[in-house]
Design a protein around this ligand. Structure first.
Ligand code: PMV
Length: 327
């Protein structure tokens, strides 16, 4: 057993995928069927404190001060216990500075923060890649939240998932972009991503085409990022979002994450664009719309989205840093 302290706190930022991940090649190890490329969001983050307490008889997990069902977290903490040799149960206290489970990628920032805080509390000092592999087993998108700026998640080929990790592509300050989040519903979504993705190959006729074209989309996005070509990045991001939602809609039973304000916000983004403002939308497994633009345009984009009927609030974010310890 290590002599490190048994408690640690970490902050990880949420991220949104520009090229989307949807579908698993191995559900038990949480291996993605496709790679993905994302940007970290400075304004949305999770702080998590993990304390291993020898006297406890079960893990205890609180999000925002409310105790939650610990099963998914215990499975994740078991991975840390297996790697570290630490046997005690843990108290996990987590705070999101945004609504949980509503399509704002709380599982991405949550499991990245838990991976970093949990491993340090257990006396482990993992490399960013090892941390990304661990975080992936909590939530696929969490593998990307280990890194800041632009990150790419590799689907990998290995059966054991050792090559399914994220890597940084570009730092947050190397190409400043803004994201305006239009919140259209603060409730938790009814079909979470794990459920929505389960047995997708049998449940959607579009799945084969989705997987087949993923590598090409990733290569195009890598080129757009390398060239700092914002028009290309935005067009690809909007395309990947709509393609993923097409796949979701084609799943039996159809997954429809949008509400009226989601669709109105998408139209508002396209109207802005036809009026000369370079802005593109993306949407995850929820009703919130994220509009991606260059910093000079973000005030106008935020003001426009705030006027859309059904938009409850807007949040403006630049690109965020990698996960880090705060204790
Ligand atoms: O990481 P998960 O299991 O919450 O899945 C994330 C799926 C999407 O947010 C819809 C897309 C993505 O790549 O983040």
């Amino acid at each position: 057993m290590s002599d490190r302290p048994a408690a640690a706190t970490a902050r990880a930022h949420s991220n949104i995928a520009l090229i989307k991940y949807w579908g698993k090649r191995d559900a038990a190890l949480n291996l993605p069927a496709v790679g993905s490329i994302s940007i970290a969001l400075d304004a949305l983050y999770t702080d998590t404190r993990v304390t291993f307490v020898p006297a406890m008889t079960a893990d205890k997990v609180e999000i925002g001060g409310r105790q939650v069902d610990g099963a998914r977290f215990t499975r994740f903490l078991d991975l840390i216990r297996a790697q570290s040799g630490r046997r005690s149960y843990a108290r996990v206290e987590s705070w999101n500075n945004f609504p949980t489970g509503a399509g704002l990628a709380s599982s991405a920032s949550g499991f990245a923060a838990l991976a970093l805080a949990g491993t340090h509390a257990a006396g482990l000092d993992l490399s960013p890649r090892e941390l990304s592999i661990l975080a992936r087993q909590g939530s696929g998108s969490a593998a990307r939240s280990v890194f800041g700026g632009f990150a790419e998640m590799h689907r990998g080929e290995a059966a054991d998932g050792t090559d399914a990790f994220a890597e940084p592509l570009l730092g947050a300050d190397e190409w400043p972009l803004d994201v305006i989040v239009a919140v259209t519903d603060k409730a938790s979504k009814s079909v979470n991503s794990t459920l929505g993705m389960s047995q997708l190959a049998e449940r959607s006729d579009f799945y084969g085409a989705w997987v087949e074209h993923a590598e090409g989309d990733l290569a195009d996005m890598r080129s757009a990022i390398a060239a700092r070509d914002f028009g290309m990045l935005g067009a690809l991001a909007e395309m990947s979002c709509l393609k993923m939602h097409g796949l979701m809609l084609s799943t039996r039973p159809g997954l429809l994450y949008w509400n009226a304000a989601t669709v109105a916000s998408m139209h508002a983004v396209r109207t802005l664009r036809s009026n000369g403002v370079e802005v593109y939308f993306t949407i995850d497994a929820g009703p919130q719309v994220k509009a991606i633009c260059q910093p000079a345009d973000s005030e106008r984009v935020a003001a426009t989205l705030a006027q859309v009927p059904g938009v409850l609030e807007t949040r403006r974010s630049g690109l965020g840093p990698a996960a880090y310890r705060v204790d």
